[in-house]
Design a binder for this molecule. Structure first.
Ligand SMILES: [Zn+2]
Length: 506
């Protein structure tokens, strides 16, 4: 029997349902609800279903708190009080890793009145000095932490992958809490546009390596903490060696290849992986520990195709959002080290800043998981760029170059009176900040239905902010049969830097 059901639409898919966050649908099963949804909103169809009409694997569907894969799949019946949630994988954000301290708990540690082990360290946990007693006083009076817990924190080591939006609050709180050894992996330099959310860094650090700025700030916050900087890109070649010496890994990476890499490396090494991700106004957090629960691959077996889920650089992010999610990762990390409370293992926490609402979904280990399932096929790290469908850099660069035009070349063509159409595929609020005179605005997600406005016999030059979205627009037009296409290399940002400084940069 059909009943009225509320279907929650996640932010990345809202453009395809007229920006609604909830759609009410009459349906008897989950499958029927989804098919009715795409019947009403045809643009949504390709994001939910593949060509053969099967639900895509990077889209998870829940009835209330349960993944329908663990119920009756698309046949899962609906009753009037049920809510259906669509939860795609998202990766925007910064990087960080956290988890639980294995070495922190020393078996056979004895507790005796005298001489106080906390001052001598003879029980195997590090001693605390007088300055540390004062510094950690508010922890020491918590029965759940106390002297022993504080010494466990001092003995613990946490690797934070990424000193960006999530890594910033996380590393600051871990250092403040007295986690003895904090590793940071990052190879970027501080840019002005980072400062809106990456609170580890300051205006005086712009242009410096992020790790220099982070190490200086963390050492100033707590000189008792050892900061280890790994100024490299985390790869399949170096990940196991970098992760191995840490008790807990915190993942707040901003891209899918690194997320799967961190997940796989943690699972192979038997370490907890404290997960967080952010996009616009929404965040997710969980703790993956394949020894005790699911891994990231159990949740999302396949990454979305490149370009489907925009990055924070393209889609934007509320600056304070990584604060919330990074701090939740910090809390989970510290609980794992202390061995207190109830961990997020087996639960996915969803945060919607606009609604100010937390929701929680149950995660189950997938027996078919290729990494942590009953018959694992992944026994070592793989090529994560290829797994995520990303072409190697040189190859992608060479191919892109054939379709690109530089800003000076474009300016020369304009000055020479050449005939072409300039299309801006950014969003209207970006167009309001800055535009190249003579351009026509067609936001990327409107391109499919507005292609008919374009004259394929004229040369079309596409541009966006930095050149990535317009390259996707170019590929869409190529697939539709357009041939006279160019992508403006570096986008309006290069235009403003090299051609017309009166166009504001943002
Ligand atoms: Zn798994």
């Amino acid at each position: 029997m059909k009943t009225r059901t509320r279907v929650h639409i996640p932010t990345p898919l809202r453009p395809y349902v007229a920006q609604q966050s909830v759609v009410e649908i009459e349906a008897a099963t989950v499958g029927e609800a989804l098919r009715e949804l795409v019947a009403r909103h045809d643009q949504l169809r390709r994001h939910l279903f593949d060509e053969s009409g099967r639900l895509r694997r990077y889209v998870n569907v829940y009835r209330n708190e349960e993944d329908v894969r663990h119920l009756q799949g698309e046949e899962t019946p609906l009753s009037s009080s049920d809510t259906v949630s669509i939860v795609p994988s998202i990766a925007g954000g910064s990087q960080g890793e956290g988890g639980r301290s294995q070495s922190a708990t020393v078996p056979g540690a004895r507790r005796g009145p005298a001489p106080p082990a906390w001052a001598t360290g003879e029980d195997g946990l590090p001693p605390l000095g007088p300055e540390e007693l004062l510094r950690y006083g508010r922890h020491l009076i918590l029965p759940e932490v106390g002297l022993e817990g504080q010494r466990k924190l001092k003995a613990a080591s946490v690797l934070v992958v990424g000193a960006g939006g999530l890594g910033s609050p996380l590393a600051l709180y871990l250092a403040a809490a007295g986690v003895g050894r904090i590793g940071l992996v990052d190879f970027d330099r501080v840019e002005e546009s980072n400062l809106q959310r990456q609170i580890l860094h300051g205006t005086s650090s712009v242009g410096q390596p992020k790790l220099d700025s982070a190490a200086a700030r963390l050492s100033d916050l707590n000189p008792h903490v050892r900061v280890e900087a790994h100024e490299v890109r985390l790869t399949s070649e170096n990940a196991l060696d970098i992760l191995r010496p840490f008790d807990v890994v915190v993942d707040g990476t901003d891209n899918f290849p690194t997320r799967y890499l961190v997940n796989d490396a943690c699972t192979l090494l038997g370490k907890p992986n404290v997960y967080g991700s952010i996009f616009r106004f929404e965040g997710q957090a969980s703790v993956f520990d394949a020894r005790r629960g699911p891994c990231y691959r159990c949740l999302y077996p396949d990454p979305p195709p490149p370009g489907l889920v925009p990055s924070c650089a393209e889609g934007g992010v509320l600056g304070v959002l990584p604060g919330v999610i990074g701090v939740i990762q910090g809390i989970e990390t510290i609980k794992l080290i202390l061995g207190v409370g109830e961990s997020l293992i087996g639960r996915l926490l969803l945060f919607d800043a606009l609604a100010l609402r937390f929701r929680e979904l149950t995660l189950r280990k997938d027996p078919e998981c290729p990494l942590c399932g009953e018959r694992p096929s992944i026994k070592e790290l793989i090529d994560y760029q290829a797994f995520c469908g990303i072409a190697p850099e040189e190859q992608a660069g060479a191919e892109a170059a054939d379709w690109e035009i530089g800003v000076r070349e474009l300016e020369a063509q304009r000055a020479g009176g050449e005939d072409f159409t300039l299309i801006d595929v950014r969003e209207p609020h970006e167009y309001e900040i800055a535009r190249i005179p003579g351009s026509t605005l067609i936001p990327l997600h409107h391109l499919p239905e507005r292609m008919s406005e374009l004259d394929s016999s004229r040369e079309i030059v596409l541009h966006c902010h930095h050149g990535q979205r317009s390259m996707r627009a170019l590929q869409m037009l190529r697939q539709a049969g357009f041939r006279k296409l160019k992508n403006l290399r570096g986008g309006i940002d290069s235009w403003s830097r090299e051609v017309d400084p009166s166009v504001p940069r943002y």
